[in-house]
Design a protein around this ligand. Structure first.
Ligand SMILES: [Zn+2]
Ligand SMILES: [Zn+2]
Length: 273
């Protein structure tokens, strides 16, 4: 069986942060890498992780918030520039629009590069697979079972469950606590769980939006409770604000979940054993 690991490319949030890049994960299965979300900085994060961006032929978007998609233009154009000739993108309704907006915005640039003799393959013929209902992903180009569940956020957002060679990895994406993530993550070897409500010192600006954030994200305690109820082996907390104190997150989640809790740094590699 191929070795499976997750590289936490970006463990940050919409807020600019020198230490935590915007959300993105690389799901590495043997020689294949699937990119899940593509926040700002993802392409350089991939390179820092030793993953050649043009080697990635599959991108999945959990939702279309800016912090999960801002890096897509560079991933798309930069990877094509480096020789990628095939790409499939899977995401909720709106993914096609996002892709086409970027093509339109840079059409002069793409036309110019093609006029120099570069093939349009890998940019003009990207396969976009949109879905709007949760459940097993029916139009699935990958040889693994993929199931999605609808999360509670402020735009259509889906968690993903990957079943690969007897191992199960679940990525919650952005959400407040809900029953669907508990069901989807049932028995998973690894759950990457939103814990966006981790704080240290709360700034005034953060204080102002805190009530709203609680409707859209989980605290580390809530993340730990989801992990416990779903009986997962390991939980990885992510989506940290600049104010977040990882020690608090670890303590809070560990107080309610007896399995392994990981509060990753960017580029941390988590093996699925
Ligand atoms: Zn979001
Ligand atoms: Zn987000």
């Amino acid at each position: 069986m191929s070795e499976i690991s997750i590289v936490m490319l970006g463990t940050g949030s919409p807020r600019p942060n020198l230490n935590r890049s915007q959300p993105a994960q690389a799901l590495v299965i043997g020689n294949e890498t699937i990119l899940v979300d593509c926040g700002e900085g993802t392409t350089t994060q991939l390179m820092k992780a030793g993953i050649v961006p043009e080697s990635i032929n599959y991108v999945i978007f959990t939702h279309l918030h800016s912090d999960h998609t801002l890096g897509y233009a560079q991933f798309l154009l930069g990877g094509w520039g480096q020789g990628r000739s095939e790409l499939t993108v899977i995401g909720p309704k709106g993914t096609k629009d996002l892709h086409e907006s970027i093509l339109k915005m840079y059409s002069y640039d793409i036309d110019y590069r093609c006029s120099l003799g570069r093939s349009g393959a890998g940019i003009r013929d990207v396969r976009i697979i949109e879905f709007s209902e949760p459940g097993e992903l029916l139009e699935n180009p990958l040889p693994y079972k993929i199931t999605t569940a609808r999360m509670i956020h402020n735009v259509p957002t889906f968690a993903f469950r990957f079943e690969i060679g007897g191992k199960t990895i679940v990525i919650s994406s952005d959400t407040s606590p809900n029953e669907e993530i508990v069901d989807l993550a049932e028995g998973a070897d690894l759950l990457i769980q939103n814990a966006g409500l981790t704080t240290g010192e709360k700034s005034q600006a953060l204080e102002k939006i805190w009530d709203q954030l609680q409707k859209e994200h989980c605290s580390p305690t809530q993340a730990g409770i989801i992990a416990k109820r779903a009986k997962v082996k390991k939980v990885v907390l992510t989506h940290f604000l600049p104010e977040a104190d990882g020690r608090i997150a670890f303590k809070e989640a560990s107080a309610v979940f007896s399995g392994e809790v990981i509060v990753p740094e960017d580029l941390e590699v988590i093996a699925v054993e």
